[in-house]
Design a binder for this molecule. Structure first.
Ligand SMILES: [Zn+2]
Length: 343
């Protein structure tokens, strides 16, 4: 098996420490690069703990139910509808969950799915039962897109939960994309998988899971068909959790049981985040719509937060303009902290 591309270098920062009589202090950090994802991260050894939960009440004051387009009062009036050729009813519906076009699209097929009419749902109430219909209605939409034979090859289900993660509305909602081309990041993953197969004849994701399981450093758990991993080079300041579906090379190969397994795992991660004073995350699930033997359906969760007392963003020039992530959460520690939630 060809070795998979995790690179790291250790470096030392030195200064005279004002908190210790200006004695010399050395701080060791790691510059990591993941060749599979193309992500570069600086792993810092000094852990930043979020001391208190952000103030949800101020969000609710600024964005009350009465002004929310996803709450029952304005939902029918203010949410867009699909043209009848896509769905005569105008919206996809699964019980209390709905999917409809994004009023501010950034892709040809960019939709929003709400889970229910509940305006604010705290992290610890994002249970599998609560999330189930929201993910199902996304599946209904992708099935309809496939049925319409438009040649779409790539889809994703995405989530900005709460404002620190870019959520423009408090009301929990997913965003879907379906189209001919992958996004820039997914293209990188597809290319890595293709190159790996050409060079070694193997499947990148199968071998990555074998490698990570044996290394026992970042392999959080297997829940049956899904492997849960802490990313070697995270895309977020608070780390990154990856999930990879074993042997699933298209969205349409996912069964109901696979989705239940995914939502159970997500709920465990959300519980961990809730208990550690987070209240926000980004999530994406990437899937081919036409079988791609080199790619396995997979996704990521990145916790997001504001840094008090100023509400400072967790994204700065280093990530925005240098494409490197400063991560004061050691991925191997994040893995150990998450493992008990999966046992
Ligand atoms: Zn609402």
């Amino acid at each position: 098996m060809k070795e998979l591309g995790f690179r790291k270098e250790t470096a030392v920062g030195r200064y005279l420490d004002p908190f210790n009589n200006f004695q010399e202090k050395q701080v060791t950090f790691e510059a990591r690069y993941d060749e599979i994802t193309g992500v570069a991260s600086r792993i810092l050894p000094y852990r930043v703990r979020i001391a208190q939960k952000p103030d949800v009440d101020s969000y609710l004051e600024k964005s009350p139910e009465s002004l929310c387009p996803f709450c029952p009062g304005l939902f029918e009036k203010l949410t867009p509808k699909f043209t009848p050729d896509i769905i005569p009813a105008g919206k996809f519906q699964r019980d209390v969950a709905y999917l409809f076009p994004n009023a501010f699209p950034y892709d040809q097929n960019n939709s929003i799915a709400i889970f229910s009419s509940r305006h604010f749902v705290p992290l610890d109430e994002l249970t599998p039962a609560f999330m189930q219909k929201g993910f199902k209605v996304c599946g209904d939409y992708f099935h309809r897109m496939a049925q319409m034979n438009l040649g779409y090859k790539h889809c994703s289900i995405n989530w900005n939960y709460m404002p620190p993660a870019g959520g423009g509305l408090i009301h929990p909602h997913l965003q879907t994309m379906a189209g001919l081309k992958p996004t820039n990041y997914v293209r990188h993953l597809l290319t890595s998988a293709q190159n790996y197969a050409e060079a070694s004849g193997g499947n990148l994701w199968r071998n990555l899971i074998v490698q990570e399981r044996e290394a026992k450093e970042r392999f959080i758990a297997s829940t049956g068909s899904i492997s849960w991993l802490s990313s070697f080079a995270p895309k977020g300041m608070a780390g990154e959790i990856d999930f990879i579906f074993q042997e699933k090379s298209s969205f349409f190969e996912l069964t109901e049981a696979n989705f239940d397994e995914l939502l159970n795992g997500l709920a465990k991660i959300f519980t961990y985040l809730y208990l550690n004073n987070f209240m926000s995350f980004n999530m994406s699930l990437y899937a081919p719509m036409i079988n791609d033997k080199h790619f396995w359906v997979q996704g990521k969760i990145v916790p997001r937060f504001e840094i008090n007392p100023l509400g400072t963003s967790d994204i700065n020039y280093f990530e925005k303009l240098h494409n490197e992530v400063i991560c004061p959460v050691v991925p191997e520690e994040l893995c150990r902290e998450l493992q008990p939630y999966f046992s």
